[in-house]
Design a protein around this ligand. Structure first.
Ligand code: COI
Length: 355
């Protein structure tokens, strides 16, 4: 159990008004804690949100020692605020930390830290439909030396941002370019299954190219054969082909998404067939051409459920079914956001009350 010292801001900020966008505003406070080899985690504290002093020699700057998580806090009515499956984020952060030689963080301490800062800034949790408080826990390696080694000092922080939808399209279908040149991460044995900043840095060139052409995001193929579909970077991806939902299996280079996992459980509850397997871009193209691709959508904390209306393959645009929001996409959106916002029965006990 952490002993968290709280220093409140003397100058609370005005809350944003109008459309929130994604990750543009930050709350009044943030959580911080330090780790040294030998001493372990110490100095857990909540302080006013603001810049932190860093050595220019920090490992985080030079060798990308950084991992993060994405989670959301929701207003469920009567002033109550809930998190969604926070222990899943704690587990995944430890899996990322293990891969990047960053320290492990006790799962209860992770959840306590998130709970404490969200609780302090609970009046920042927005209440409009489709909004939430995005929670960004992250950890950096912070040795002040240029040797490439596992770190001896790390910092864990949690910052909070009131958000609307991730894509400007909201629940309207997005268009996705299938990227055949750049790869997001190396294959097996690489960092694809972790949430490390480097994976996202590697994705920006293709993402920028797609955006310049007016498309929302990039769908990545495997780094070895450039043949199998992996993920969209900001979300996992699912297809409904011939009545069955298909999602790429977690082969080591794909992020094990918590929304992905929750959707698979909801599909199972509803008796909708769903499989995790490899799916090639050729199979996807064929399914579009022969009309068996009924739906495509992304799943993620930031993106929630994001219907895909259009794919671009080798420069050619293909519309998915009628280009609208598919029935399964809508059902999953309603079910997942319904549980998160306290409007639907949480029979799996996925929500966690902030107190
Ligand atoms: C999330 O869904 O929380 C993510 O981390 C995606 C992010 C890169 C926007």
């Amino acid at each position: 159990m952490l002993d968290i010292k709280i220093t409140k801001t003397a100058t609370p900020k005005a809350k944003p008004t109008g459309a929130l966008g994604f990750g543009q505003h930050f709350t009044d406070h943030m959580f911080m804690m330090d780790w040294n080899e030998g001493e372990g985690w110490h100095d857990a504290r909540i302080v006013p949100y603001g810049p932190i002093p860093m050595s220019p020699a920090s490992t985080a700057f030079h060798y990308g020692a950084e991992i993060f998580e994405g989670m959301k806090a929701y207003h469920v009515g009567n002033g109550e605020v809930k998190l969604f499956r926070p222990y899943e984020n704690a587990k995944r952060m430890n899996s990322s930390a293990e891969r990047l030689c960053l320290p492990q963080l006790n799962e209860d301490d992770f959840v306590q830290a998130v709970n404490a800062v969200v609780n302090l800034d609970r009046d920042w949790v927005p209440t409009d439909p489709g909004t939430s408080l995005y929670v960004r826990p992250f950890m950096i390696g912070d040795d002040h030396t240029l040797g490439v080694h596992g770190v001896h000092h790390a910092i864990f922080m949690v910052i909070l941002s009131p958000v609307g939808s991730y894509y400007k399209e909201g629940l309207n279908p997005v268009s996705i370019v299938i990227e055949k040149d750049d790869v997001r991460v190396a294959g097996k044995g690489g960092t694809g299954y972790t949430k490390c900043g480097g994976n996202y840095a590697a994705s920006t060139r293709a993402g920028k190219k797609a955006e310049l052409k007016g498309y929302s995001q990039v769908l990545w193929l495997d780094a070895v054969e450039r043949k199998y579909i992996e993920e969209v970077g900001s979300m996992n991806v699912m297809f409904k082909i011939n009545g069955e939902v298909v999602t790429p299996a977690l082969v080591g280079s794909i992020l094990p998404g918590i929304t992905r996992k929750s959707c698979l459980e909801v599909l199972k509850d509803r008796g909708i067939p769903a499989v995790e397997r490899r799916i090639s871009v050729d199979e996807l193209e064929q399914a579009i051409k022969d009309g068996t691709l009924e739906e495509a959508f992304g799943t993620g904390t930031a993106a929630v459920i994001s219907p895909i209306g259009k794919f671009v393959i080798d420069g050619k645009e293909y519309t998915v079914a009628d280009g609208g929001i598919g029935k399964v996409s809508q059902m999953l959106y309603d079910e997942i956001t319904g549980i998160q916002s306290g409007k639907k029965d949480d029979k799996h006990n996925w929500t966690y009350t902030v107190k």
